[in-house]
Design a protein around this ligand. Structure first.
Ligand code: AMP
Ligand code: ZN
Length: 477
């Protein structure tokens, strides 16, 4: 039985879809004002794994929406302020839509490299201004929102259950609130759904309240409900946007339809880098494309598979090296499996494979517990290695094992050894290391002609070389 941890009820619950056999899920997409970072990538790979499991193991038809926030997120995620995209455009001397197009392309490049399936729909906020204005009008008409100058705010005192997701009830919020200077709000906890735009702004639309643009929260409410209905199955995003973003989506749903928008709120844990929250100021901010260059896309995805999606996780060169050591064991196992077949079918091997299949599905059913699923795979390898070494199995066993791992790979999408080199560990590795050493020796002896010759020899092995201050690293292509 499939169970998911729902952040709203704070428990693992049996998953029951609104419509039998179908899952409708919405995941908050990136705000496209700079390059996607490795934390964003962790979140989207996590939902890709979930989605593929629902499709390939649970036979659901999945409608997966991941929006693109191309207006409305303001600097500092405050209620008012400069739009993040507009600010970036101003600094770069570009039109905001040039900024948007550039970072959307880079985002897909990164997610494609990480082997994510593209969403069924990736709606852009700027393509839904008409629907957003209609929603704001409806909330004003029902008395849940009010106009203040050219802005429109939700009156949170009118919202049933405000704070139900994050625990930030009005009482809890009132304890520590700061009075905002020049605020037009009735209460400091009210939040904007429509914001007036100044004359210099390039991102603005005509509305009943003057020229302006939508708030970030209303965009996601409108786009999710347009494509998935007033109450749909799964809403995702990182734990950092539970409040205020998701809390306010719930408030807007009550204001618009008087109901919860979602049956399962599923949040990913934050990815930290080298033990610290990622921040430009801390110098540990890694873009997804830099991480892909440094560690490799398959390596990153495997690292994410090894972590539970809901747990805060630390990424470092050491943690990647640790998951890679496990990967090498798997690749070696498959290499040996294909080399050592004998003639007789091994019934014990079949039974252990069946046990693995059961454990794999039980782990994934248990709130997509990928680390437990991986542990079950390692246990299988450990238990069956003696059989492989003793060659007491046949081609029938091999195809059963390969078939199972191929099915798992529809979800994990990392087991390249199943196809590429037939399980043989890449033999370029040792050669490249030896050549790098040779080249270093030539460089140290200032024999640059020879050093360059060796470099060409390395590149001919289809390898990328990176010379940096700590030495030379490489990536097999
Ligand atoms: P943003 O573009 O900042 O709105 O983020 C896009 C998505 O990535 C949201 O679902 C965020 O919750 C998620 N996210 C942002 N930072 C991290 C992080 N460090 N680790 C995991 N997910 C993150
Ligand atoms: Zn959102």
């Amino acid at each position: 039985m499939l169970k998911l941890y729902d952040s709203l009820t704070r428990e693992k619950r049996e998953f029951v879809p609104v419509t039998k056999g179908e899952i409708k899920m919405y995941v908050c997409g990136v705000t496209v004002y700079n390059k996607m970072h490795i934390g964003n990538a962790r979140t989207y790979v996590s939902y890709d794994i979930m989605r593929e499991y629902f499709i390939n193991f649970k036979n659901y038809k999945v409608l997966y929406i991941q929006n693109i926030t191309d207006v409305g997120a303001v600097v500092g995620d405050a209620d008012r302020g400069e739009d993040k995209i507009e600010k970036q455009a101003r600094l770069a001397g570009l039109h905001p839509m040039e900024v948007v197009d550039m970072y959307i392309k880079l985002m897909w490049d990164g997610l494609d490299a990480l082997r994510n399936r593209r969403p069924n729909i990736s709606p852009r906020a700027t393509g839904h201004i008409v629907e957003i204005i209609e929603a704001v009008q409806a909330m004003i008409a029902s008395g849940s929102a009010y106009v203040a100058g050219g802005d429109v705010y939700i009156d949170v005192s009118k919202i049933k259950n405000y704070g139900c997701l994050s625990g930030n009830t009005l009482e809890a919020l009132s304890a520590g609130y700061r009075i905002e200077a020049e605020s037009k709000k009735r209460s400091p906890h009210d939040f904007s759904v429509w914001k007036s735009a100044g004359p210099k702004s390039d991102l603005k639309w005509n509305s009943p309240w003057g020229m302006g643009y939508p708030g970030w929260h209303i965009e996601c409410s409108v786009m999710s409900q347009k494509y998935l209905g007033n109450t749909f199955d799964i809403h995702g995003g990182g734990a950092d946007i539970k409040f205020p973003h998701h809390e306010n989506e719930i408030a807007q749903s009550y204001a618009l339809h008087g109901c919860q928008p979602v049956n399962y709120w599923v949040h990913t844990g934050m990815l930290n880098v080298d033990g610290a929250k990622m921040a430009k100021s801390a110098g540990n901010f890694i873009t997804a494309d830099d991480a892909i260059t440094k560690f490799g896309a398959r390596e990153l995805r495997w690292f994410f598979v090894n972590c539970h999606y809901g747990s805060p996780t630390n990424i470092s060169a050491e943690s990647i090296a640790a998951t890679e050591a496990g990967y090498e064991r798997l690749a070696t196992y498959f290499y040996n499996l294909k080399q050592n077949a004998g003639n007789a079918k091994n019934a014990e091997l079949d039974k252990l494979l069946k046990d693995l299949a059961n454990k794999f599905e039980a782990s994934m059913d248990d709130d997509i517990n990928t680390p437990n699923a991986v542990a079950a795979i390692y246990e299988f390898i450990k238990l069956t290695n003696p059989i492989i070494v003793s060659k007491q199995y046949n081609l029938g066993n091999i195809s059963a094992i390969t078939e199972f791992f191929s099915k798992v790979n529809q979800v994990f999408k990392v087991f390249d050894f199943l196809t590429e080199t037939g399980g043989k560990p890449d033999d370029r590795e040792a050669k490249v290391k030896q050549l790098i050493e040779e080249r270093n020796n030539f460089r140290a002896a200032k024999n640059f002609a020879e050093a360059d010759r060796v470099k060409q020899e390395i590149l001919a092995l289809n390898v990328e070389l990176y010379d940096n201050k700590d030495g030379t690293t490489y990536r097999l292509k």
